[in-house]
Design a binder for this molecule. Structure first.
Ligand SMILES: [Fe+2]
Ligand SMILES: [Fe+2]
Length: 391
């Protein structure tokens, strides 16, 4: 060390770094950043005593070396200006890695120390300090750097463990959701199977509803992909209340009397009540609330002449207005024992004719843009209709 006079000789410096004197004995890595290949004697001996690895800086290996270092000793005994610029350049990398820098000067100047500290140095060593003190300062920072690295390592491990746990929770949640959807769809199918004329009605209504819901994603508050997903799944429950309708009315081939029609219309309220009973056990959540809105509101009309409540326009929940279009389109395009299936274009015309009376006119406008998707869904599920279900 050019002007850094050893006050106590190498053996004192080594002892200064040793545990027996109460100084840090943490084994670690010291990155020796200098134009001189060899560190000063006090550092070499302190390193030997304390078990530090002293690594000469190699610019081409900077990334790996910085990642390994617990402390950087930056030699600014020569060309101090350039060395402080280097310190400043490295500060963000070192800060990110939690590696402290100690700057070595051969002048005892407050101005230099301040420049070093402003450039990101954690400490400075000048000519006025004994070898013991120099070693102790490096040792203290090394221990800090080592602790910082250990803390970051633990934090990384915790983060990784957290990610693994999150993945497991997500998988479990997906599994639970799949189970819920399967059970719910099974319940809806159970209700549907009482009315043997419907074939794949539920699947198609879900698919049409999903297409319509997707067209309005982002147009209104709360209308997003998650919401559209809930609409698609809960649309299957629109007629679940039919389980409460007597066979004599549900399966009656001929026209219904006024009383029978009123009873039949109660499937909306029965469905709403059934889902509300689930809600009371399960608690409020978008799935069950949406399902209730659909079961209760899918026969309401835009002009207020629907049932069960005679709600009109925006008072009818959006999801119910969507399923209303999907349900009617499917009813029109599906053959029944008492009627043939309407063509796709005729059904669309009927839907358009109902804009502003039966259906939400804005929704009908959007429906017109979904014709090809509706046709594709109809064709897809038509292929699965068994011969017995064909007209
Ligand atoms: Fe219905
Ligand atoms: Fe239906």
């Amino acid at each position: 060390m050019a002007n850094h006079t050893p006050h106590h000789g190498p053996s004192s410096a080594a002892a200064a770094a040793g545990e027996s004197r109460g100084l840090p004995a943490t084994a670690g890595s010291v990155l020796w950043m200098s134009t001189q290949p060899h560190p000063p004697e006090w550092l070499s001996f302190a390193g030997t005593a304390a078990g530090w690895a002293i690594i000469p800086y190699e610019p081409r290996q900077e990334h790996a070396q910085l990642a390994l270092a617990d402390v950087v000793v930056l030699d600014a005994r020569q060309d101090v200006g350039t060395r402080l610029v280097l310190c400043d350049q490295l500060r963000h990398k070192l800060l990110a890695l939690g590696v402290p820098v100690i700057v070595l000067f051969d002048q005892d100047s407050s101005d230099l120390r301040m420049r070093a500290l402003r450039a990101g140095a954690a400490d400075c060593i000048g000519p006025g300090q004994s070898d013991q003190e120099c070693a102790a300062r490096v040792g203290t920072l090394l221990r800090l750097g080592s602790l910082e690295r250990a803390t970051r390592h633990q934090a990384d491990q915790l983060r990784r463990q957290g990610q693994v746990l999150e993945q497991k929770v997500a998988e479990k949640t997906r599994d639970t959701v799949r189970g819920r959807d399967a059970i719910i769809f099974g319940l809806a199918k159970l209700a549907e199977n009482r009315d043997d004329t419907t074939g794949h009605h539920l699947e198609r209504v879900c698919a049409y509803s999903a297409v319509l819901a997707a067209t309005i994603i982002g147009n209104r508050e709360g209308v997003n992909a998650e919401w559209a997903d809930v609409v698609e799944r809960t649309a299957a429950l629109h007629d679940i209340g039919k389980v409460g309708i007597p066979d004599g009315i549900l399966l009656k081939a001929g026209p219904l009397t006024d009383l029978e029609r009123t009873t039949m219309q109660r499937h909306t309220v029965i469905g709403g009540d059934t889902l509300n009973a689930i809600r009371l056990k399960w608690g409020d959540n978008p799935f069950i609330v949406t399902a209730m809105q659909i079961a209760l509101g899918h026969h309401e009309r835009w002009d207020g002449r629907g049932y069960p409540f005679g709600m009109s326009q925006e008072n009818i929940p959006l999801v119910a207005r969507i399923v209303s279009v999907a349900d009617v389109y499917d009813a029109l395009t599906t053959a029944r024992p008492y009627k043939t299936a309407m063509s796709h274009s005729d059904a669309f015309e009927a839907i358009v004719a109902g804009a502003g009376t039966q259906f939400d006119p804005d929704l009908v406008k959007l429906t017109r843009g979904c014709e090809s998707q509706f046709a594709e869904i109809r064709a897809r599920f038509a292929e699965q209709v068994t011969p017995a279900e064909r007209p």
